[in-house]
Design a protein around this ligand. Structure first.
Ligand code: NA7
Length: 553
């Protein structure tokens, strides 16, 4: 007998049709964060292309959609953590605090989406499963987990550098009777820590932001520290009207500064050496920078990240500060026992992080000495003892830079898979294109300054380059652009050389090196030669006729 309830509805039929008929676009962009949104706007409104953004989440914002953990805030100052492509947008948006908090950044990005009418070309709840290049057709076929198929000429990954959560594989996690969360996949309804015994694993930038906020609510907080970390006080505060006016009036100058320095922040690294000044003078400089707070602390001297002796002088000042703040001597020693040079791992900035350890209900556990053995039904068991917990928070970072890309099955020319091309680590040219993957572009991919920078200027630079490149292709009848193998080979050497001329690789367990993810190849991923130098290299090679790329008509 005919069962009417089992008959497909109109919606089912539409979904089925959509799943088998490929939808045609000029460009498909993966990700609706800072990168994907600006890439859409550029291709659609500047070049008039038919473009579609595919986004796994049910809202836009990328990193800032997922990272809703307590205390989530950007370490870049708000006036610099903005798009600069639109004078009108700069003029109308008002940040409220020195460092923007996650909800405010999300409001900003939603405002941008509305202001530039981006939503109609952003498809949410759509996770891309695979992308394949068809050489004969010179088209990419992008398939989603729902079975939808999109075809396009230009395939752009705007998947973010820190978006693939790294949940450590610890025995017994499934047996845990309480709740556990990763900071990068935080529940939208929030977590109530009131009256709870909470454990936080991880003391990177995220843990350092979250710990004071969780401590303010929890009954008891145990922090499980594997590697002690430096941190500089953020000195967050509401922005004064005077500063807001200044930032707007000087937007052009600020933009020039960001684009012409090492880290794309709105300040230059000073040219003096740690050893150019007397001990007294240096102490005063450090004290003033500590009082001012923020990432500019590392910009006081030119050799902080270049010379181990200079770095030790800076590091020792921070260690002294930690010992002065933290009252319990054992805890202070554990926090100050830092095994890598200052800023060789991403230096966190904090709001009362070290002060939190003076609270009577906050404990620090050394899991370098007594590693976590397993998670039990009631807590975390280290080699030394069991810590009873109601909630575990993993602030354990990300499979950074390559994780999100490699989760997608990307197949380029002649059946070459990205995961095979990158089996020994990411290999590309200028962080923009991978040999064997024609017309595929990566926004702030490995091999670009990206995570060593304030991200929005780095993103705008890449998106503008990709947009100009596609415009050039269309003007000159170029069907296809692909990075040359030899150019990629040389660029990987340049990326290594740039890293090796700094102290960055000496933090051997940093996520810059992929060392935080077991089994990941150890390759220094971002380009450490500086944003300004990188921009110059890209500009020169582009002006030289897209040197290092093959353009075919
Ligand atoms: P990070 O900087 O990668 O920090 C992760 C922290 O978690 C760090 O302290 C790690 O210790 C610790 N960790 C990672 N895996 C484990 C395991 N298995 N056991 C114990 N501890 C572990 O990530 P964040 O989210 O803090 O920051 C990422 C970036 O976001 C940041 O740099 C900014 O750019 C914004 P480890 O140091 O590996 O010993």
């Amino acid at each position: 007998m005919l069962n009417l309830e089992e008959l497909p509805t109109g919606q089912d039929i539409m979904a089925l049709a959509a799943s088998v008929v490929a939808q045609e676009f000029d460009a498909v962009i993966i990700g609706a964060g800072f990168s994907g949104m600006y890439q859409l706007l550029s291709l659609r409104d500047k070049l008039g292309l038919k473009a579609r953004v595919l986004e796994a989440a049910d809202g836009l914002g990328g990193t800032w959609y997922w990272n809703r953990y307590p205390g989530a805030r950007c370490d870049s100052e708000s006036h610099s953590y903005s798009y600069y492509f639109s004078k009108e947008l700069l003029a109308e948006w008002n940040w409220t605090e020195r460092y923007p908090e996650q909800p405010e950044i999300l409001r900003y990005l939603n405002h941008v989406a509305d202001r530039f009418d981006l939503r109609r070309d952003i498809q949410l709840n759509t996770r891309v499963k695979s992308a394949r290049y068809d050489k004969a057709a010179n088209r990419w076929t992008v398939t989603t987990e729902q079975g939808e198929i999109f075809q396009c000429t230009y395939f752009i990954t705007a998947v973010g550098c820190l978006s693939s959560a790294n949940v450590p594989k610890i025995d017994g996690l499934n047996d845990f009777g309480g709740d556990w969360y990763h900071t990068g996949q935080w529940p939208h309804e929030g977590v109530d820590f009131t009256g709870k015994r909470v454990g936080v694993v991880g003391t990177g930038s995220t843990g350092i932001q979250a710990i004071p906020v969780i401590a303010a609510q929890a009954k008891h907080l145990t922090v499980f520290q594997r590697t002690a970390n430096y941190s500089i006080p953020a000195r967050n505060a509401p922005l004064t009207e005077e500063f807001k006016r200044y930032a707007k009036e000087h937007a052009n100058d600020i933009h020039v500064i960001m684009n012409s320095n090492t880290n794309a922040h709105p300040f230059y690294i000073k040219s003096r050496s740690v050893f150019d000044v007397s001990d007294d003078e240096r102490e005063q400089i450090f004290e003033a920078a500590w009082a001012k707070g923020g990432l500019a602390f590392r910009a006081e001297f030119s050799d902080t990240l270049l010379d181990a002796r200079a770095n030790k002088v800076v590091a020792d000042f921070i260690r002294r500060k930690i010992r002065a703040i933290v009252k319990d001597e054992t805890t202070a020693e554990l926090l100050a026992d830092i095994d890598h040079p200052f800023a060789a791992k991403r230096p966190p900035v904090d709001s009362h992080y070290f002060e939190t350890y003076n609270l009577p209900h906050v404990d620090l556990v050394n899991i370098r000495k007594h590693p976590i053995e397993r998670i039990t039904s009631s807590g975390i068991k280290t080699a030394e003892k069991v810590y009873p917990l109601d909630i575990i928070v993993f602030a354990t970072g990300f499979d950074a830079m390559t994780g999100s890309l490699l989760k997608i099955d990307i197949e380029g020319r002649d059946g070459l898979r990205l995961k095979d091309a990158w089996h020994a680590g990411p290999r590309n040219y200028l962080g923009l294109q991978v040999p064997g993957f024609p017309n595929m572009f990566t926004v702030t991919g490995p091999g670009s300054p990206s995570v060593l920078c304030n991200m929005p200027p780095a993103i705008e630079h890449h998106v503008d380059w990709i947009t100009n490149c596609i415009a050039h292709m269309r003007e000159h009848g170029v069907r296809c652009i692909e990075a040359d193998d030899q150019a990629a080979h040389s660029w990987v050497l340049e990326v290594n050389e740039a890293a090796n001329s700094t102290l960055l690789p000496s933090a051997t367990h940093s996520w810059y090196l992929g060392a935080n993810v077991p089994g990941k190849p150890r390759v220094f991923m971002p380009y450490a030669g500086g944003f300004a130098k990188y921009r110059k290299i890209v500009e020169e090679r582009t002006q030289a006729g897209y040197q290092g790329f093959s353009l075919s008509t």
